[in-house]
Design a protein around this ligand. Sequence first.
Ligand code: HEM
Length: 417
Amino acid sequence: MPLQPPTVDGASPPVDLATVDLATIDLTDPHTYLDLDVRAMWARFRAEQPVHLHPATDQGPPFWAVSRHADVLAVYRDNKRFTSERGNVLATLLQGEDSASRRMLAVTDGPRHREIRNLMLRSFSPRVLAPVVAGVHERTAALLQEGLARGSFDFVTDLADHIPINTIGDLMGVPVEDRERLVHWNTQTLSRTSAEHTATEEWLARNEILLYFSDLAAKRRKHPGDDVISALATGTVDGEPLSQEEVVFNCYSLILGGDESSRMSSIGALIALSRHPEQWRALKDGSVGLEPAVEEVMRWTTPAMHFGRRALTDVELGDRTIRAGDVVTLWNSSANFDEEVFDQPNRFDLARTPNKHVAFGYGPHFCLGAFLGRTHVEAMLAALRGTVGGIELLGEPVRLYSNFVHGYSSLPVRLTA
Ligand code: HEM
């Protein structure tokens, strides 16, 4: 990708997805997700190459791209034959390793994964989080009121950017004055806003986050509070404290996981509601409940487009044989639109039930923060429903440049009461 040379203004000419050779599509290239009709692309993969061997690119060796819901679930659930320890996203899987392997929950398997997960789950259960939920609702409603008072504003930078970071910041006890810097580093680490952002900037931002938490964890070890960093810094597994690296890498993963995806689902919700006025009306008049609406927003927005694994042994999947050592990517953004599982998948239907989406993954690595992620979307839908009458997009939403996060860096809107 781009499949054809870019035009002078940088935009690629339209690609006819009905005829394009699937073997020429580069899933590692962020342009692919900006230039192509991604829904149509995945529909073709599911129909023609559900377990597709993606050719080598300048990013690394060949890898498998799995697009059907049933196959994605099968790999997610099987952490005996597919490991996360050599990376769980394209960027690290293609490098051959994740530098946080066995020291960060998402890239640890086996008994250690279960033990650390249990330790962390204590800070993330709905019961412990109950007071946080009220805070998310209050913050969201207050920011939306500010937006309404201003009339037109940027929904990303003026509003969405300020919500999840403060929730996770409160949970972790991150000083308020440091949070803006963290959002900035998060965006640079996960999802560049354009092709001009360099890998060096990404690497530097990642190091800034690690150094930041290294410092904070050392302080909490000496003077613990009732926050998640203190829980990690003073917690034990089999009577042994976690290593400093485990504490720091897990903080890193919480701040990234806790911020970026939650922001993106709320932003995606607003765009979807503005483009589907009948669904917006159904939400407003109460004919759909918040619970199914949250699930449909998660499915529709699918902020984490893919995750991945490395095969530990030969495995038959569909009619293909994955070999031990192969990289396997699981496309949530395809599975969530699989016509075998979702009736009229391209319909945004807030009342959809059942809704077995995989936006939060599945199986042993199922998202630790799913409850918190859902809370953010629910708070946004509740606040929009309660206070906003009209949503008008004032320009095209600006998309992130990423092969991993599906989201936006800017969204000018006008909201009316
Ligand atoms: C894992 C998505 C919010 C922390 C995952 C996975 C997905 C995901 C798909 C599975 C990764 C894999 O299988 O390799 C999302 C989405 C969110 C969200 C779409 C918001 C809308 C959060 C929040 C937190 C969080 C709020 C923490 C505060 C984590 C952690 C893991 C994880 C620690 C690793 C779990 C494990 O390996 O056992 N997330 N997430 N996420 N997520 Fe989230």
